[in-house]
Structure formats: C-alpha cells, structure tokens
Design a protein around this ligand. Structure first.
Ligand code: SF4
Ligand code: SF4
Length: 260
C-alpha cells in the first residue's frame, strides 16, 4: 500500500458516501498528507499541552502519521456566510460530518489491516479536554507538522483546499514515507505580512486577534449558539457551532498564497 492508494481510497469513499448513506452531498474531494512518526511529533507536547498523545501512544510500533482534510462544498459555506449566528444547515453538516469521519475511521482501519498493516485512530470528537479547551490528539497540529497546511490567524489549518472542512488522522505501522502537500512557511495573508484580517472582523464576539484566539470567549459563543439555535430543533448537545471566521474568507476554499 502507498499513500496514493490510501488517498484515492478516501476520495472514492467520500464521493460514494452521500448516496450510500442517504446524505446531502456537502463534501468536496479530500486531500491527504503523511510523514514518518519521528521526533518532530515530540514538539506536540511543547506547542499544545504536555499530555498531548504521541503516535506511539496510539499504536506501539507506529511508523507513519496520516492526516486528511475533507473540504465543505461552496453551497454549504455560503449558507453560513454573513450574519452573526450559524445556519441550521451548518449544525447538521457538523453532525453528519462527524458520523462520516467515524465511519471513515472503521473503514480505513479495515483497508490497512487487509493490506497487512495495523492502524489506530481517535474518534472525530471526544478527545477534547473541556477544562483546558484543548485537544489531546489535535488533527490540526498534526496536519501542520506533516505539511498538510499552515495555521491561519483564524486558528484553522489553511490547506491547499482551504480551511473550511473537517480533518481526521491515523497512525499506522506501515512505512508510507514523507508526503507533504505544502512547502510554504505561511498560507495566511496576515501571517505572511499582507493585508487581510477578515476573520478577525467577522468574529461576532471579538475572540480573534493577530495574537491568537480567546478560547473561552469562542467556546461560550458556540454553547450559546447551541442553546439558541440548535437545541430547539432537536440537534444533540455536541452541536457547538459558529465558524463565521472560516467561511466567506479568502482562505476558506483554497489557499490565498502559493503552497510551494
Ligand atoms: S481570513 Fe485572512 S487573516 Fe484570516 S486566516 Fe484567512 S487569510 Fe488569514
Ligand atoms: S468560531 Fe465564531 S466565535 Fe469562535 S473565533 Fe470563529 S467567529 Fe469567533
């Protein structure tokens, strides 16, 4: 098995998914990168939290870390663009994408096991430390370390397919090599010294600045949105959504800067 095989498997899986599971087609073609499970991942404990997991914690004998990004289609991004509150369709997309990511997890594990390897994954959610508001297995940080994208001022990973979508990752004992998609140091306009800051001005609670994200403020807004807009329509407690800083931006559907 090669990374191209795995990437093509994911592209085909996502393309077939809406019809197979009777879902609205809200996903564009996914992209994937990978890297050897080497010392670079020790940095996770410095740049996130000291108890962030390492590849070896998920799978003893881990050889490769694989991270993918599934971008949302334009029509879904447009549904949520403008205004100060999230569209109901955005909340539903969050849930259906979580379901898909969990299904991808089981299916990709099967694919790797059938080719003679082992794989370990974490679920789409539930690896989040609510008290510190940090992920203990951060797909975004992994994606950054292996060259799937670069962090934007909106604290999302800007990839060649933009930042509006969802990520997933796995570790495997297969040796799949080093296959980054991005060589540039920055893909965010502000971080590259150019004019933008649209995500900052689009945040309804001023949680974003060039210095970073006020996590408690953002989290409070997500919970408020759930109680105001998602709970009345019967969506589950996990539907904490906003993403006004991730749609209608120059970095939403593509990278605003060359990736190489
Ligand atoms: S909207 Fe502009 S400043 Fe914000 S992350 Fe995207 S490119 Fe960077
Ligand atoms: S998700 Fe919403 S509240 Fe949080 S930083 Fe983005 S725009 Fe602001």
């Amino acid at each position: 098995m090669t990374i191209n095989d795995l990437s093509q498997w994911l592209v085909d899986y996502v393309a077939a998914y809406p019809e197979k599971y009777n879902q609205i087609a809200i996903w564009r073609e996914p992209i994937m990168a990978c890297a050897p499970a080497d010392d670079r991942f020790l940095r996770l404990k410095e740049i996130t939290v000291p108890d962030h997991a390492l590849p070896e914690d998920l799978l003893p004998g881990a050889n490769t870390v694989v991270v993918w990004f599934i971008p949302f289609k334009h029509h879904l991004q447009m549904d949520n663009t403008g205004g100060k509150r999230p569209a109901l369709s955005w909340g539903r997309a969050y849930l259906s994408t979580n379901d898909m990511i969990n299904r991808i997890g089981s299916a990709v594990k099967d694919v790797i096991e059938k080719s003679g390897g082992e794989a370990a994954l974490t679920p789409a959610t539930h690896n989040f430390d609510k008290k510190r508001m940090v992920s203990l297995w951060s797909h975004k940080h992994l994606g950054h370390l292996i060259g799937l994208g670069c962090y934007g001022t909106n604290c999302q990973l800007i990839t060649p397919a933009g930042c509006s979508g969802r990520m997933g990752s796995l570790v495997t004992n297969l040796a799949l090599g080093e296959h980054p998609l991005v060589a540039a140091d920055e893909l965010c306009l502000v971080k590259a010294g150019k004019k933008c800051g649209k995500c900052i001005t689009s945040c309804p609670v001023d949680a974003l600045s060039e210095d970073g994200l006020d996590r408690p403020l953002c989290h409070a807004r997500l919970r408020e949105n759930f109680h105001l807009l998602m709970a009345p329509d019967g969506l589950p407690d996990t539907t904490s959504v906003c993403a006004k800083c991730q749609v209608g931006m120059p970095c939403s559907a593509t990278s605003p800067l060359p990736v190489n």
